[in-house]
Design a protein around this ligand. Sequence first.
Ligand SMILES: *[C@@H]1O[C@H](CO)[C@@H](O)[C@H](O)[C@H]1NC(C)=O
Ligand SMILES: *[C@@H]1O[C@H](CO)[C@@H](O)[C@H](O)[C@H]1NC(C)=O
Length: 340
Amino acid sequence: MKWTPTAIALALSAPADALLRFPCAQLVIDRLDPLVTPGTAPSPHLHQILGGNSFNVTMNIEKDMPKESTCTSCQFSEDFSNYWTATLYFKAKNGTYKRVGQKPNVGFDGVNGGMTVYYMQDGLYNFAQTSKVTAFKPGFRMFVGDVNARTPEQIERFRQLTFTCLQDMNTRDPQTLDFPTKPCPAGIMTAVRFPTCWDGVNLDSPDHMAHMAYPEYGTFESGGPCPASHPVRMPQLFYEVIWDTKPFNDKSLWPDDGSQPFVWSFGDGTGYANHGDYLFGWQGDALQRAMDSPCYQNCPTLKTQNAAAMNKCTVPRVVREDIDGWVRELPGGHQANYRK
Ligand SMILES: *[C@@H]1O[C@H](CO)[C@@H](O)[C@H](O)[C@H]1NC(C)=O
Ligand SMILES: *[C@@H]1O[C@H](CO)[C@@H](O)[C@H](O)[C@H]1NC(C)=O
């Protein structure tokens, strides 16, 4: 897949009939993971979480808990899903760590941190978005990535978990599977694309991945068909997170051996362990409706809210620890691991 700057410029200015692309503000930064370690507070590592305010230590699959939300930090106010990823840290020469903040994408000014979420029916540059997809069902959840991966070989089975070193806010190429090796003037963008083929039965699976699969050949972007084991074609769910690394771009702050200083909140300093979590929570048939009459940002079939309303939807942190100061170890006791 080759993304040219021209294609990106087109995507950003795409007219009415294109893909569902919207900002979500930060709901909370907390050491919780109701998908991988439900009922456990603190969870092994720190996350940034977005979406519906019913988010909690446990998200019961039978209860369709997103329904209990009274607000969402996402632009579409019928979307009570929860979206989360690890957070990013900078490691100083003196061995202490500082959390890296986030900033919104171009055009989403005023949104507090968070990420950009996409649901696509076709490849990013197929603006018509006419293919049929089946929306996720209540209770549906999934994970993609490998927290323990430290080499490219270990993530070959995942497609499209990438980093982009932003020269400016519109840079989209090149994409790498590991952390950029040089300071990135406008920040680091991480992208998390989930598999798109569902087994049609299970809302979850023991590893939170086996109920989903990639297309049999090619990619979702190239229109590859779903395998017989996972025949139901779902939307391409895709997160873009922009880490505001600018405060840490002074090369004199970087390690003298020429390595890069950023590290995931669970200690991965290679970047290969980029991963994401999703818990479906759209109200009623709102997502299916949007998928059946595609739209770009201004979606006639969906209710939207402004940045102030998105930013206002937050939940208190459950795990009390220092997530803003310089700390001697990453929350949960992790140290940076740059081994490849
Ligand atoms: C979160 O869960 C805990 C215990 O499971 C419960 O006591 C608390 O009320 C829940 N919080 C919200 C906001 O629902
Ligand atoms: C460690 O280095 C950072 C960045 O230079 C600095 O802000 C911080 O105060 C230092 N902490 C200690 C304990 O020296």
